[in-house]
Design a binder for this molecule. Structure first.
Ligand SMILES: Nc1ncnc2c1ncn2[C@@H]1O[C@H](COP(=O)(O)OP(=O)(O)OP(=O)(O)O)[C@@H](O)[C@H]1O
Ligand SMILES: [Mg+2]
Length: 257
């Protein structure tokens, strides 16, 4: 029997008609979303639109009421706050949940990758916000995830630290090639990092916007501003018109079936 030379890889994430209700209100309402292996997707949407609800469902932290979710077994999530165990040193936080005798060596390697080889024995309370978030990233990386879920991981950081974190996340993504789903409120961050930006509105993905700008991305690139304006308009910012993403009509014909 012949074996296809280039079998089409299955999606890293498959969401089919996913519905999640709270007190009878559908926050996710028949949502469809696919993410390809190794694809970097940024998820935008107004506050309360259901971004964290979707991430928690994908991470297995919360159930859905209807529909199907398919995710790889090897997944890891990083949230806005680092969620480190205060009574464990940095490397022990990273090694948490890693089985086998190599747990410490793997934790040290992951901390080195995020530039924290000098803070292995630090207590979480002594870390800066950026350092703590890098420990959280190392803890995610050490699991060698095929899917990395990031829920506003840079939101609490100062502007300079954010820029450094952007560079770090891109180099880690290149080295480990997980699929990434990054929730952010920052349109520029989405455009600087993602292969595709998706917008969540009314419980569904209202827009899929592939970003074909060359990497490393530059805000000054002529194509950047046009995409930025389009996204801001979809989110109802910097426009006199009602938010397009909140318009009841479908916005994109490119949405996955
Ligand atoms: N456990 C819960 N019980 C009841 N309602 C919830 C629960 N979790 C989320 N919700 C509601 O679901 C809606 C979506 O919440 P979610 O946290 O997913 O929004 P979000 O898009 O992540 O917002 P933000 O950008 O502010 O983080 C909100 O109205 C929220 O109050
Ligand atoms: Mg949220």
């Amino acid at each position: 029997m012949s074996v296809p030379l280039n079998p089409i890889p299955r999606a890293a994430v498959e969401c089919r008609r996913v519905t999640r209700r709270f007190a009878g209100q559908a926050v996710l309402d028949g949502l469809d979303l696919d993410i390809a292996p190794g694809e970097f997707v940024a998820l935008l949407g107004s506050s309360g639109s259901g971004k964290t609800t979707l991430l928690r469902a994908l991470a297995g932290l919360d159930a859905v009421d209807e529909g199907q979710l398919r995710v790889p077994q090897a997944l890891a999530a990083v949230f806005q706050e680092p969620r480190l165990m205060p009574w464990k040193r940095a490397w022990r936080n990273v090694a948490l949940g890693v089985r086998g005798g190599e747990a410490k060596a793997r934790a040290l390697a992951a901390l080195a990758e995020v530039g924290l080889q000098h803070r292995l024995n630090a207590w979480p309370a002594t870390l800066s916000g950026g350092e703590a978030q890098r420990v959280a990233l190392a803890r995610a990386l050490v699991r060698e995830p095929q899917l990395l879920l990031l829920d506003e991981p840079f939101a609490a950081l100062d502007a300079l630290t954010r820029i450094r974190m952007h560079q770090l996340i891109i180099s880690l993504w290149r080295a480990h090639t997980p699929a990434v789903l990054l929730v952010t409120h920052d349109v520029d961050e989405a455009l600087l990092l993602a292969d595709r930006v998706v917008v969540l509105a009314h419980g569904r993905i209202a827009e899929h916007m592939p970003i074909r700008l060359p990497r490393p991305r530059q805000v000054a690139h002529p194509g950047f501003q046009a995409l930025r304006e389009r996204l801001l308009s979809l989110l109802g910012v910097a426009t006199d018109h009602p938010p397009a993403a909140l318009h009841p009509q479908p916005l994109s014909r490119t949405a996955h079936p």
